[in-house]
Design a binder for this molecule. Structure first.
Ligand code: ADP
Ligand code: ZN
Ligand code: ZN
Length: 743
């Protein structure tokens, strides 16, 4: 028998996860000790017996083997949630590449010292009749803020103060005035921090026959103990969320717990409220604005079985539920499900692994499934459900194309085609609303030298600065800002000026305001949503019809139902096709279909106008005919040809350093080592400079490895890790398995 040593942690809520102790695994326990196992050990000088978790196993001792004590026994409590999370962390480390420590700190809730917080609620003091009467009065007087608050209070009775001032955008002065009139009160209580208060009124719809068929099938599987992964491919507004809620109810009724993932951007008051109304305070939410302490509290509540349902972005996967029954991933195609920090995990794959550890099921939903998921469904790995009809309105919006090349030929040099302009005017006359989707912030375009052609670049990144209002130039990658320069930095020429067709949110806003001076216009992009609550307040202003036109980046594509939006205009559909990664087509198709899905959500029929220079591109033409199958066939053919995921797997390896030379040398020697050591079939591309070769003052070189076998890539990753440990110091190495964006 060879020697086996275990790294054991005794307090896993501790911040220093690398604070482990070495123990020997005695021969008789060797086949029972695994990563994640809970074991009993003699600890400290007095050898008192305490429990710990095994984080790593090795046949090499860290110090004199004679001084290493033996593990006493395996506690074998398999149901422990910590054990599953440690196993999950290990799986993530192996698959995506990172240290065990980083994987653990991604997965385990870390206790931070936090003070209890004061929580305040705005509560309604009026009876229902009085409140309705007040509502009518506010409306008569045109007092929109008070009307908005009263409408919400009639539904909720009591609302978190922060939601009132933030998401509902009610000023403190307004609240004071209403308190004085004894209509509302502001009550403080020291509470165990919950994020939203429930109203507890059950609201259920009757499922349509299409919806019911899906629910029944899932329910049947669940009752018979069948577990698996399901993909609900349902057009926008087809009632996927209602189906999830039925499934969740079933699983919770069986005494199990549920995690619901939604993209951070759709984590809005409206969405969360739908779950609260249905499930009351058995629900909690996580989002990026919670402090570490608040997050920890939510995790503690989950552990103590005070809640059964956790809603949140990808990190909600690590809620320490001990009897997980279901994981729902809404809008599963969203790129926010992929972590951009090591370990660069994809929430879908982690969810499937976690479900396997718990014996749970996974339900994915989207109107534009990722090529990965649809391929898995086609292969029979996932069960496919489809919803073809919208739940409320009679029809999907009608989608039309505007060929911008023809506009140019007809002498129209503006960014608005005649058709789009007329359509906007028609909506303004009818008092309906318009959403305009633009892919870029600012004025669009950059500034460059007419003499030597050099663009004005960010001093920290290898990208051109984008023009913004007030003569500002901004870097969209690091936030750097400067005023427009008057002289070329390279050739000193003063012939310097704007370049490129400027289609950005600010430019569109300017044009709209000059074309329709009487229209109320809102703009939503990273520049107008810097403050807490900005995002929600723009959306609620628009939802309350205090504006006619909402101009925005992809931020406007998600989250809300606006019944009065009957026109969605897409300013330049091909812009996202120019991105240089293999997912550009998929992303373009998804954006267009999702943006189109914002039109005609209620009873009024919706229209979508897509302006483009490339109407024949398959991603754009498939979006126009709303034909997912056509898109998928074309896209998958291309991926197969080039062995891109999901036809094969791809590992992106990046070397980074502040020293350009160091970065290149490391990349070259690493690529050499990989080429020499390949076992199995793989092709290695590079090293080459990343397409953004410098970001925030750090140089980046890329190596791409493609293979049909994920295990081949794992072996290559391990080899690269080993290599980088040997050449320590120098450039940093990181990995991205099946990347979602280009580097
Ligand atoms: P999705 O998640 O597919 O976008 P939602 O579940 O949000 O769709 O449903 C869209 C709208 O239709 C929501 O307002 C929802 O309440 C409503 N809805 C969904 N299913 C039904 C149904 N069976 N009966 C009535 N209304 C429904
Ligand atoms: Zn120049
Ligand atoms: Zn920059």
């Amino acid at each position: 028998m060879r020697d086996l040593f275990a790294d054991i942690i005794v307090d896993i809520s501790h911040e220093n996860l690398d604070h482990t102790f070495s123990y020997r695994v005695p021969d008789e326990l060797a086949d029972r000790v695994a990563i994640g196992s809970r074991v009993l050990i003699p600890f400290g000088k007095s050898n008192r017996e305490i429990a710990g978790f095994v984080l790593g196993l090795s046949d090499k001792a860290k110090f004199d083997p004679a001084k290493i004590k033996n593990i006493i026994s395996v506690l074998g409590d398999e149901s422990l949630v910590e054990q599953k999370l440690i196993m999950l962390a290990y799986w993530m480390k192996e698959r995506y590449g990172s240290t065990m420590n980083r994987a653990l700190s991604t997965v385990l809730p870390i206790k931070k010292n936090v003070k209890a917080k004061e929580k305040r609620d705005v509560v309604l003091l009026l009876s229902d009749d009085e409140a309705e009467e007040a509502l009518v009065q506010f409306r008569k007087k045109g007092n929109v803020a008070r009307e908005r608050l009263m409408a919400e209070l009639i539904k909720e009775k009591s609302i978190d103060y922060r939601l009132v001032t933030g998401k509902l955008n009610i000023s403190a002065a307004t609240l004071r005035a209403l308190v004085k009139q004894k209509m509302i009160d502001i009550v403080s209580e020291r509470v165990y921090r919950n994020t939203v208060k429930s109203s507890g009124t059950v609201q259920k719809v009757m499922l349509s026959s299409e919806q019911k068929k899906i629910y029944d099938d899932f329910s049947d599987d669940y009752s018979h103990g069948a577990r698996g992964t399901y993909l609900i491919f349902g057009v926008t507004g087809s009632g996927k969320t209602e189906v999830y809620m039925e499934m969740i109810e079933k699983v919770v009724a069986a005494g199990k717990q549920v995690i619901v993932l939604i993209p951070e951007i759709s984590l809005t008051y409206q969405t969360v409220m739908r779950f609260y109304r249905r499930f009351g305070d058995r629900v909690s939410t996580l989002h990026s604005r919670l402090s570490d302490g608040e997050k920890y509290d939510q995790f503690e509540r989950a552990k103590k079985h005070e809640i059964d349902i956790m809603i949140g972005p990808r990190s909600a996967l690590f809620t320490p539920f001990d009897n997980l029954g279901l994981i729902v991933i809404d809008e599963e195609h969203e790129h926010t499900y992929k972590s951009d920090q090591m370990p660069r995990y994809h929430a879908r794959d982690v969810a499937i692994k976690l479900a396997e550890l718990h014996g749970a099921s996974v339900v994915l939903g989207s109107a534009t499934p990722s090529v990965e998921s649809y391929y898995a469904a086609k292969k029979g790995e996932y069960k496919l459900y489809t919803l073809k009809e919208r739940a409320k309105s009679a029809a999907l919006p009608s989608v039309h194309i505007v060929d911008l090349r023809e506009e140019l030929r007809d002498g129209n040099r503006t960014m608005f085609s005649k058709k789009l302009r007329d359509a906007i005017e028609e909506r303004l006359v009818k008092k309906e609303q318009v959403m305009l989707f633009v892919n870029r912030r600012g004025l669009g375009g950059c500034v460059s030298c007419r003499s030597c052609g050099e663009p004005v670049k960010c001093p920290h990144c290898d990208v051109s600065l984008t023009r913004h209002f007030n003569g500002k130039l901004k870097c969209h990658y690091c936030g750097y800002e400067q005023l427009v320069v008057k002289k070329c930095g390279k050739c000193q020429s003063t012939l310097i000026g704007p370049m490129g067709s400027g289609i950005g949110t600010e430019a569109v806003e300017q044009q709209i305001k000059s074309m329709f001076p009487y229209a109320a216009v809102l703009r939503m992009d990273a520049d107008t949503t810097k403050q807490k609550g900005d995002y929600e307040s723009i959306l609620s202003t628009f939802a309350n019809r205090e504006a006619d036109i909402l101009i925005g980046t992809q931020m406007i594509v998600k989250g809300h139902d606006f019944p009065y939006v009957t026109l969605v205009g897409i300013m330049a559909a091909d812009m996202s096709l120019n991105a240089n990664d293999y997912r550009a087509g998929e992303r373009t198709f998804q954006l267009l279909v999702q943006a189109a899905g914002r039109a005609g959500r209620d009873l009024r029929p919706g229209e979508v106008l897509i302006q483009t220079y490339r109407p024949d591109n398959y991603a754009i033409s498939a979006a126009i005919s709303q034909d997912y199958e056509a898109f998928f066939d074309e896209e998958f053919g291309y991926r197969q040809l080039l062995m891109y995921p999901p036809a094969g797997h791809m590992l992106a390896i990046m070397t980074e350093s502040k020293e350009e030379n160091e970065c290149m040398v490391m990349a070259a020697s690493l690529a050499g080592a990989i080429r020499d050591g390949i076992i199995g079939k793989a092709s290695v591309i590079g090293p080459t400079a990343a397409s953004i070769s410098k970001l925030k003052d750090v140089y980046r070189q890329m190596i791409y490895v493609k293979s049909m076998e994920i295990d081949t890539l794992k072996a290559i990753k391990d080899r690269a890790e080993e290599f980088s440990e040997k050449t320590d110091g120098g450039a940093r190495i990181s990995f991205d398995l099946d990347p979602m964006n280009g580097y």
